[in-house]
Design a protein around this ligand. Structure first.
Ligand code: KG4
Ligand code: ZN
Length: 349
């Protein structure tokens, strides 16, 4: 690690995690996190007002924890990055206002960045610089997209996205109907380990011959979620026990199969041999294994950050900020607004 590389602080508050990360170049120094997930669990989804209030309470203590962990002070920080969008408006506002306050007080440059691009950038903390071009599969609670990444600091090229539910949303909804807690990804991942992924054949959305013309790189998970619901209902109506582990494994297999198939197809049609997977669903153990196994057949290298870096965190924001600083990108103006619908093509504001 070179001390001449800029020290960047990143703040994340787009959903239910308050994250503060500190990086120097590609080196992660601190990744402090406070989650309000337990406060949302009984509602089966994130409650925006509850999330905003939790961010407000957690931001300063999380910042102090990150500074302690990294062994630095605010005066040492060279630049501040913060998630400007997309996400919950009120939740974003807390991080953006906090980051602006810090930038003003310390007279450091501030970068308002895109949460989704940050999910891609975080992988560099674990695996070093991302080869260009690369294909990125972004799978979170709110988004599922395939992107071509030529230069992360300049923008990404969307190739396709979900036309209905996001992959994480499908995990959350299926978990709910199986009686599992929110968020549903981790309990389904665990249950699936004891189930048979081939026990039930669930539909693979947008993979038919006709879909490959119009929706080659798009996803659809809403039909899959409905198919799982119907299957479980039929069992219950017949008075038969629901084999939860098999349902979880078969559902997970269907999601991963489609994600991996389309991601590899994107790599092959674009002649690209690096696939990076980011976002909360990238923490899924089966997705990572399946992608690595199938990609190897085509000489494609798969990069997936460790689970803690896949789900929302401050380190990912610091990582993207660090890229922007290194590329000499002009910082954001202090009056930038949080943008709950920030487009994927915009890396920063
Ligand atoms: O990226 P993220 O932390 O927040 C958003 O930006 O949305 O993603 C959260 C999503 C949730 O839907 C959660 O169920 C899913 O990621 N997730 C998983 C796993 N861990 C988290 N999905 C599948 N398998 C997992 N192990
Ligand atoms: Zn996210």
């Amino acid at each position: 690690m070179s001390t001449s590389e800029p020290l960047v602080l990143g703040i994340e508050s787009s959903c239910d995690e308050t994250g503060v990360g500190i990086v120097r170049g590609h080196t992660l120094l601190a990744d402090a996190l406070a989650s309000s997930v337990d406060e949302h669990a009984r509602f089966g989804g994130v409650v925006p007002e509850v999330a905003s209030r939790a961010h407000l309470q957690a931001l300063v203590p999380t910042l102090h924890r990150a500074l302690d962990e990294a062994g630095v002070t605010l005066a040492d920080i060279d630049a501040i990055a913060v998630t400007a969008g997309p996400g919950l408006a009120g939740a974003l506002l807390v991080g953006v206002a906090g980051a602006k306050g810090l930038a003003l007080a310390t007279e450091k440059p501030i970068y308002g960045v895109n949460h989704l691009a940050a999910h891609v950038a975080v992988d560099t903390l674990e695996h070093g610089p991302l080869p260009a071009p690369a294909i990125a599969l972004l799978v979170s609670g709110g988004h599922s997209s395939l992107l071509r990444v030529d230069d992360l600091t300049r923008g990404v090229t969307p190739l396709g996205a979900t036309i209905d539910d996001a992959a994480g949303e499908a995990f959350d909804k299926v978990a709910r109907l199986l009686g599992m807690p929110f968020p549903g990804g981790p309990p389904i991942d665990r249950a699936a380990r004891d189930g048979d992924p081939l026990a039930i054949t669930f539909p693979r959305g947008l993979t038919g011959p006709k879909d490959l013309v119009e929706h080659r790189f798009d996803f659809s998970f809403s039909g899959l979620k409905t198919a799982v619901a119907r299957w479980v209902e039929a069992r219950e109506r017949a008075g038969e026990p629901v084999p939860v582990n098999d349902v979880a494994a078969s559902f997970q297999h269907a999601v991963c199969d489609v994600l991996v198939r389309k991601a590899i197809d994107a790599c092959r049609t674009q002649g690209i041999d690096t696939l990076v997977i980011g976002g909360g669903v990238a923490a899924n153990s089966r997705l990572k294994a399946m992608a690595a196994e199938r990609a190897a057949e085509y000489g494609i290298t798969v990069r997936v950050p460790r689970p803690k870096l896949c789900t929302d965190n401050g380190a990912m924001v610091a990582a993207l900020g660090s890229h922007l600083v290194a590329a000499g990108i002009t910082p954001s103006k202090l009056d930038f607004a949080a943008d709950s619908a920030m487009p994927l093509t915009l890396v920063g504001v």
